[in-house]
Design a protein around this ligand. Sequence first.
Ligand code: URA
Length: 433
Amino acid sequence: MNMYDIIDKKRQDKVLNKEEIEYFVTGYTKGNIPDYQMSALLMAICCNGMSTRELTDLTITMANSGDKLDLSPVNGVTVDKHSTGGVGDKTTLIVAPIVASLGCKVAKMSGRALGFTGGTIDKLESIEGYKTNIEEKQFIDQVNRIGIGLIGSSKNLAPADKKIYALRDVTATVQSIPLIASSIMSKKIAAGSECIVLDIKVGSGAFMKNFIQGAKLARTMVNIGKMAGRKTVAVVTNMNAPLGNEIGNNLEVKEAIETLKGKGPKDLTDLCINLSTEMLMLCTNKKKDECEKLVKKSITDGLAFNKFKELVINQGGNIEQIDNPDLFEKAKYSVEIKAPRLGHIIKMNTSEIGRVSSILGAGRETKEDAIDYSAGITIMKKTGDYVKKGETIAILHTNKEDIIEEAKKLYLSSLKIYIQKPTRHRIVYGVIK
Ligand code: URA
């Protein structure tokens, strides 16, 4: 077997076998295959695609290339949720305690913010004292005791994907549905949960810009998950506006607390109810109506919020901040943005808004950048809302005085305001099983 023949086979749109897939994944991860040959193969995959069987072999080989989280010591059915990344997406902080309060086991490793998207781990670390790097044994014990653990990834999960992704990034091969699907699913499979609910975001603040692309990615990921022996469902959701009204780390934790108490914004609440319902259905095999009722009741009865508090206490976080969110640190400057004219907000360039939040200090452009937990944006008017000239449409929160004018300009340029009322789009487009 050699790399030249594998590239040539894929160039001719033929199906690679498991041995050939293992040959190039293992060879490239070990440094035995040069970048130029791997780049040629990735481009051939981009152009010709892969069958579900090929993709499953690719995904499992990448998942097996490094550490795996062994969740077999967890008593009960484990469930994970993965979002393809958006702006203002704090759903993990809400759905994980909801389903844990209903008996599912959530042993979840999450990521950090990069570029225009936020990261659950940074949000959790905005709670004073919250530890995201607890030992594996302690983590599993906690999940067995209280049903939930949310930590950062201390393990070397799917190193083959890390190396291949870095190459894709510089060879114009990121935008390939088979490669995106296998990349994400390799990490999910290495992370160990039996059930996986995928939140595939579609729109101006997402990787996938339209529904057709999003649905195709969702179908591909669900097929891979099932072939790899995991119960997998994908929910295709709207990311044409930031989710909820808050963007930024401690601002999003505060909004998650409100939502867990049943007082959150409608789009965020609806999405969390949908995702939690799918998670509960996978874990219990109960009917949709029953699961949805249980999810709603866990919010109204305070079970979900109490589970979140239990999580924070067990991971060393300051519970006083959760009971009294006013104790979270506030940014030095809060600057109102006024509508420049009257009309309806018909479009928000959501990834641009994510970038504004990052400039204010809430995100990072490179992995080494520090995060300001108090920075971010409170959004008062979103797509579909009517605004009067001079009305406050958003508040920027920052500790950096010198970037305020630039951030204001960028925020305003990310909006389109017109007289006509646009049609409102629902938050959930569809579920793919
Ligand atoms: N996120 C990933 O983890 N992989 C991709 O290929 C794209 C987005």
